[in-house]
Design a protein around this ligand. Structure first.
Ligand code: ADP
Ligand code: MG
Length: 233
């Protein structure tokens, strides 16, 4: 089962992963109200569909005023958003997530994925995050670092350090990133996720780490023991 970005972010936040503050809107008026409440100089209006590549398809708009928020929500709500993951017919956008704009210094990539071949969870990280991780995997695979977990074991600090120093983070950021990855692994195990992907995992101008996007796939066969997840459908 797939969930929307806002649902993924709420779940990640409940495990202690830093995410931007935001709110869900079904009308342009609601979007403006949320932006007002956030009180952030820059807000981002984001289409909520079960597909990635929204930024390139025009489904993510950075806004510098309430008028821009209104215009962005008007443009995105009701559109059939076409991305490389939707097929040519696109997906109807019924909700937008309005969140605080983040001052992005760098965009990294992080993921927890069930490696079925190895029968283990794997954790991956890359200094080359942003929109096109598939291209990175194809063209510069040396920029993707990965580690596998022993069954029933958590991810150890040294594994996180290997991934995060590989991403060129400094010691303080590696400490933050370690807590973040450990929270993501804990969440994946607790909720039977088969994929948790943060792209981008941003480093802010102040040097803090924050999850700007979130994609989670859950194991359908395990939904019976995760009624909270099943309820997100
Ligand atoms: P998608 O992966 O579907 O294109 P993202 O959530 O990753 O959607 O957004 C696309 C891009 O928009 C990100 O790579 C980032 O550069 C920018 N972005 C997303 N959220 C924010 C935010 N809160 N603040 C600033 N920029 C953002
Ligand atoms: Mg993304």
């Amino acid at each position: 089962m797939n969930v929307h970005e806002y649902q993924a972010k709420e779940l990640m936040a409940s495990f202690g992963v830093p995410v931007p503050k935001g709110g869900l809107a079904e009308t342009p008026e609601q979007a403006v109200e949320i932006a007002q409440q956030l009180g952030s100089e820059i807000c981002v209006v984001k289409a909520q569909i079960h597909a990635g590549g929204r930024g390139k398809g025009g489904g993510v708009k950075v806004c510098k005023s309430l008028d821009e928020v209104k215009a962005a929500a008007e443009a995105i709500l009701g559109m059939h958003l076409v991305t490389h993951q939707t097929g040519p017919e696109g997906k109807l956008v019924q909700k937008v997530w309005v969140e605080e704009g983040t001052d992005i210094a760098r965009e990294l990539y992080a993921a927890v994925v069930l490696d079925r071949g190895a029968e283990r969870l794997a954790v991956m990280a890359s200094p080359s995050g942003g929109m096109d991780i598939e291209k990175v995997a194809e063209q510069t695979p040396e920029l993707i670092f990965s580690t596998r977990l022993e069954p029933g074991q958590p991810i150890w600090d040294f594994q996180c350090r290997q991934l995060l120093f590989g991403c060129g983070l400094d010691a303080a950021q590696v400490r933050q990133g370690t807590a973040m990855i450990q929270a993501l692994v804990k969440m994946a195990m607790a909720k039977d996720a088969t994929l948790v992907e943060i792209n981008p995992l941003a480093v802010t101008g102040e040097g803090k780490l924050i999850a700007l996007d979130g994609k989670i796939n859950f194991d359908d066969s395990a939904l019976r023991r995760n009624p909270d997840i099943a309820a997100l459908k």
